[in-house]
Ligand binder design. Structure first.
Ligand SMILES: Nc1nc2c(ncn2[C@@H]2O[C@H](COP(=O)(O)OP(=O)(O)OP(=O)(O)O)[C@@H](O)[C@H]2O)c(=O)[nH]1
Ligand SMILES: [Mg+2]
Ligand SMILES: [Zn+2]
Length: 374
């Protein structure tokens, strides 16, 4: 790993402390195999140490994540090394990419090349909302869009409950607003491939030197040679993580939680209540959510997906559960059997059982009848 030795040299140069404290507080900025780059900050120093993890942490299976606040012991300022002895409780935890303590997600979509696909944008927004972090929406490549298009998206997204920032890396538009939004926070930059995420980070942090430029189609898959997650420091404070663009995020949350990821639903439920507390907002009477708002259709589609996901989870936690993976036109489809009564659909086994029950009853009544005839 050539970058490590480069960094080590840099670290030794940066050392300003003459007296090493026994332990220090720091933040994990990158994880590489079993080593962790920790930025430690003291009164008189700010430096990067390449750290290992204390065996006790290993023993209790405690994983170190990028973004973790840690206590480092035995800092060696000459070598630029140390050992992580403690991980402080996390405010938040993202799975993909694995990042602890992220404050917000900067979701980037391009006004052109590629053009915005509303359903895909909606999906990303729901995914971002489901992390529990703040969501900041940014529309990039504004140099490629005419005023009317920007106005169109501005109004349309306002109805979705978002107020996007319009930026252009190419023409340096909106970058100071972005900078203000990112300042002093841990931000994960997400969005589909080719929208300019890495270009934006390179613009804000030239030292990040991220690879940019999209290769389309199959080739795009192998483009991301960097698999590890890393936080880059903004010159005036704040940390940014790039993520590889992917075009279809999984929605892996429960049906009950889905509604809370739509600002439109949150707004409706803030001023009125559905007749039933456990309303799924589909066809229940007295529902205040169902209606003529643009993304209601998306809600229904995502709800179906969440139900299938939930059924899949139930199957994993209950090996006896009746869940059959059916292949329909080459696509995996689960036949759900849910514990949650309101989502339950009649499973094949239930249908078979009730069918058997019906047959039994019919045969019995037949016997009874024949008995009575006798
Ligand atoms: N016109 C225009 N093009 C841009 C702008 N920002 C980025 N691009 C171009 O968009 C293409 C994709 O940029 P990247 O930064 O690699 O996009 P990305 O979102 O990181 O893509 P992935 O890494 O595949 O997820 C590159 O050719 C950039 O030069 C912009 O503001 N305007
Ligand atoms: Mg990129
Ligand atoms: Zn409802």
């Amino acid at each position: 790993m050539s970058s490590e030795s480069e960094n080590l040299t840099r670290v030794s140069d940066e050392v300003t402390l003459s007296q090493s404290p026994e332990s220090l507080l720091g933040k994990v900025l990158a994880v590489q195999a079993n080593y962790y780059w920790v930025r430690v900050e003291g009164e008189h120093l700010k430096s990067m140490l390449l750290c290992t993890r204390r065996s006790l942490l290993k023993k209790i299976g405690q994983r170190v994540m990028v973004g973790d606040q840690v206590r480092v012991e035995e800092p060696d300022w000459i070598q630029g090394s140390g050992a992580i002895a403690e991980i402080f409780p996390r405010r938040s935890e993202l799975d993909r990419p694995p990042i602890a303590n992220a404050d917000q997600i900067l979701l980037v979509f391009a006004l052109a090349e590629p053009t915005i696909e509303p359903y895909q944008l909606s999906r990303f927004l729901i995914k971002a909302e489901s992390t529990g972090s703040e969501v900041c929406l940014c529309l990039s490549k504004s140099d490629l869009a005419i005023l009317e298009e920007k106005q169109h998206w501005s109004q349309r997204l306002a109805a979705w409950g978002y107020n996007p920032l319009f930026i252009s890396v190419r023409q340096s538009i909106g970058l100071s607003e972005i900078h203000d939004r990112l300042s002093q926070k841990i931000t994960v930059v997400a969005g589909p491939s080719g929208v300019g995420k890495s270009s934006l980070i390179n613009q804000l942090i030239p030292a990040a030197n991220l690879r940019t430029g999209t290769v389309s189609g199959k080739l795009a898959k192998g483009r991301h040679t960097t698999r590890h997650t890393e936080l880059f420091e903004l010159p005036l404070g704040g940390l940014l993580a790039d993520t590889p663009g992917f075009n279809q995020p999984d929605l892996d949350r429960s049906p009950e939680d889905l509604a809370s990821y739509f600002p439109e639903i949150r707004q409706r439920l803030a001023v009125a209540r559905c007749q039933f507390n456990d309303c799924t907002h589909r066809d229940e009477p007295g529902c205040v959510v169902r209606g003529e708002w643009e993304r209601y259709e998306h809600y229904l589609i995502f709800l179906e997906e969440a139900i299938v996901f939930q059924a899949h989870l139930n199957q994993q936690s209950d090996p006896d559960a009746v869940m059959k993976l059916k292949s329909k036109k080459g696509e995996a489809q689960y036949e759900p059997r849910l514990d949650t009564k309101k989502y339950r659909q009649e499973s094949r086994r239930t249908r078979q059982q009730s069918l058997k029950h019906d047959i039994d009853r019919w045969m019995k009544s037949d016997e009874d009848e024949s008995d009575s005839v006798d």
